[in-house]
Design a protein around this ligand. Structure first.
Ligand SMILES: [Zn+2]
Length: 343
């Protein structure tokens, strides 16, 4: 992987109020908006890993997910069906990972998905029915499925914005096609009648800035100001980011309810700890494989997720997917994670 200093940079034009040290809006090209949208497809586990590697100690911005990730990392491999299952939780794949590799700057360092088949693939019919994304899986015939097959990756066409070259991004990450009318509306919303009190600033955005922006997605009401003017994520005291499942989506599947015993302190009803069966732990661990956009759709308290909602809504509003209903990628774990196939 190339060093961050060798990674490409974007030019971003900021309109700022120097006196208030605040970004009013940014004008960006398709390349930058592509990268911004691609952040939504990153699984939560990937975000924890990327932010941990980032220079600033930002792991706390994703709250308890950091603890969940560490629990998986520290847990002995014997507790998982296979080494591959543990690996996929720690290195979950983005649903649109192949598109990520077409971006000008892809911050997701997860390997490209590979496909392996049994060496008896050609000679034995039963061996043609299975494929694996890891080379350590065993085929039904007992052989190790280590023969890699080349797979053509989908083209990026139609996933991220593709029609215009210029976009306006507000400080709270609402993205829209650039127009003078829109710019004036944003200025009016902030109480400016024109450009008199504002300054233009041309900046280079690279790998480090995108990672800071990724952290700010969760913690900041003004991610552009925090990333480009204050240069760090504001560590505001927010409620922990805790993925919650909406009652409505659970109610229809009463058979699938998980039960756990919770120990609560009587004085303030704080949960001290819970005792549960492995199904609940399994369920918790899958949060690491859920992309941000799907976590946001599931979340009851969207205030927990900073400006993620604005970005998700912008992607949908712009109908980037060429008339198709915007598809939100869901949990990205390979089939064998659920089948319990051993390797
Ligand atoms: Zn076989």
């Amino acid at each position: 992987m190339a060093k961050s200093s060798e990674k490409p940079k974007f030019s971003l034009r900021l309109l700022i109020d120097e006196e208030k040290n605040r970004v009013i809006l940014a004008e960006a090209g398709k390349d930058f908006v592509d990268v911004l949208c691609s952040l939504l497809t990153l699984p939560m586990g990937t975000i924890v890993r990327l932010l941990e590697k980032h220079q600033n100690p930002q792991s706390s911005v994703v709250g308890c997910l950091h603890n969940l990730y560490k629990s998986v990392a520290d847990m002995d491999v014997d507790n998982f069906e296979s080494q591959a299952c543990k690996h996929f939780l720690l290195h979950p794949r983005s649903a649109k990972g192949s598109h990520g590799r077409d971006l000008k700057l892809n911050i997701d360092d997860t390997e490209a998905t590979k496909f392996f088949v049994c060496p008896n693939f050609v000679s034995t019919e039963a061996c043609r029915k299975l494929f694996s994304n890891v080379s350590t899986m065993k085929c039904r015939c007992g052989s190790s499925m280590h023969r890699e097959i080349p797979v053509e990756e989908q083209q990026a066409d139609g996933v991220f914005p593709s029609c215009r070259t210029s976009f306006v991004i507000t400080d709270d990450l609402k993205v829209a096609l650039n127009s003078m009318g829109l710019v004036m509306n944003v200025l009016n919303d902030f109480g400016y009648s024109g450009f008199d009190k504002l300054q233009e600033m041309l900046i280079d955005v690279g790998f480090e800035e995108i990672l800071t922006l990724l952290g700010c997605l969760f913690t900041s009401e003004a991610p552009l100001t925090d990333t480009f003017l204050r240069k760090h994520c504001m560590s505001r005291k927010r409620k922990m980011l805790t993925p919650l499942v909406q009652e409505s989506s659970v109610a229809g599947a009463a058979d699938n309810l998980l039960t756990l015993k919770v120990y609560v302190r009587k004085t303030d009803r704080a949960v001290l700890y819970a005792e549960c069966r492995e199904e609940f732990v399994d369920f918790l661990f899958t949060f690491l494989a859920i992309p941000i956009e799907f976590a946001w759709e599931l979340s009851i308290d969207i205030g927990n997720m900073g400006c993620v909602g604005n970005l998700c809504r912008s992607v949908k509003d712009l109908s980037f997917e060429k008339q198709k209903a915007a598809t939100v990628s869901q949990c990205m774990l390979p089939y064998f994670y659920w089948k319990g196939t051993t390797s």
